[in-house]
Write a protein that binds this ligand. Structure first.
Ligand SMILES: Cc1cc2nc3c(=O)[nH]c(=O)nc-3n(C[C@H](O)[C@H](O)[C@H](O)COP(=O)(O)OP(=O)(O)OC[C@H]3O[C@@H](n4cnc5c(N)ncnc54)[C@H](O)[C@@H]3O)c2cc1C
Length: 235
């Protein structure tokens, strides 16, 4: 699918957590993409000399859903997230889409392991809820989702009880009542021993650069082939 420019009309805006909002929109024509791909939003006049800027946002909804959903972290003084945070139903923005190769490659003998931190869960949600995934559902999959505090967990209701997906939220600075794993996704990976199917798994990692780097180092120590690692680096 070649990327092209769309006029997008906002349908909804709501806070999902204290610092992440969901923006839903309808495009001026069919907005085709594969689960896990992203759109490049045009931020009018926010660049040097009043030029437009572009910012990438993973599509959080599956390809079959309408309206389309984005989930965006509020970044202080960020031109991209700040622009989207001010949009309300009826407002129109422009986006060029689809982009990206962080997409699901089904393989009957392989076990997908999805690892996302923060809004990095967005493309993973898109994949896991897609028809393509349902039609090729592996017998087992893992989904690790890392945040600092449990109030930052996104899409829990959508993802926690998907058939055959083991949902593993990890919280690095939890409150006293958190009963799940305490630590980062990388700390969780280090707890797994050789019973884990390292060599037959495909890893899909999305989030910040340092987390991706550290995860890849752990996978390398475990003997995971580079070809089994897919990544989407946000910053
Ligand atoms: C392929 C791709 C997909 C992306 N998808 C999403 C998405 O679905 N949701 C989303 O919120 N962001 C996403 N991003 C990040 C997004 O493109 C912007 O970088 C982000 O919104 C900040 O832009 P800004 O103009 O507001 O602030 P800027 O001034 O450009 O950025 C300021 C700083 O914010 C930090 N930052 C950037 N993104 C995040 C984030 N998500 N969480 C925490 N800190 C961040 C970085 O340290 C960055 O240097 C994606 C990035 C890429 C490359």
């Amino acid at each position: 699918m070649a990327a092209s420019e769309f006029q997008c009309t906002v349908e909804g805006f709501r806070m999902l957590t204290p610092t992440v909002f969901e923006l839903t929109f309808k495009a001026d024509r069919p907005f085709s993409f594969l689960g896990g791909q992203f759109a490049s939003v045009i931020i009018p006049g926010a660049g040097p000399g009043g030029r437009n800027l572009r910012r990438a946002y993973s599509i959080a909804s599956p390809p079959e859903s309408d309206p389309v959903e984005l989930c965006v972290k509020v970044v202080e003084e960020g031109p991209g997230s700040g622009y989207l945070a001010k949009l309300r139903p009826g407002d129109v923005f422009k986006a060029v889409s689809p982009y990206g190769d962080f997409v699901f490659s089904p393989s009957p003998e392989r076990i997908p392991v999805f690892i996302g931190t923060g809004t990095g869960i967005a493309p993973i949600r898109s994949i896991l809820l897609s028809k393509q995934y349902a039609d090729n559902a592996p017998t087992k999959a893992y989904c690790l989702f890392g945040v600092r505090h449990e109030s930052e967990l996104l899409y829990v209701n959508d993802l926690c009880d998907l058939a055959t997906v083991e949902w593993i939220p990890t919280v690095s600075q939890p409150g006293a009542n958190w009963t799940g794993f305490r630590g980062r996704v990388t700390d969780y990976l280090r707890t797994l021993n050789d019973d884990f199917p390292w060599k037959t798994a495909d890893f899909y990692i999305c989030g910040n650069g340092p987390m991706i780097q550290e995860t890849k180092s752990i996978l390398e120590e475990k003997g995971v082939e580079k070809s089994a690692i897919h990544q989407e680096k946000y910053y």
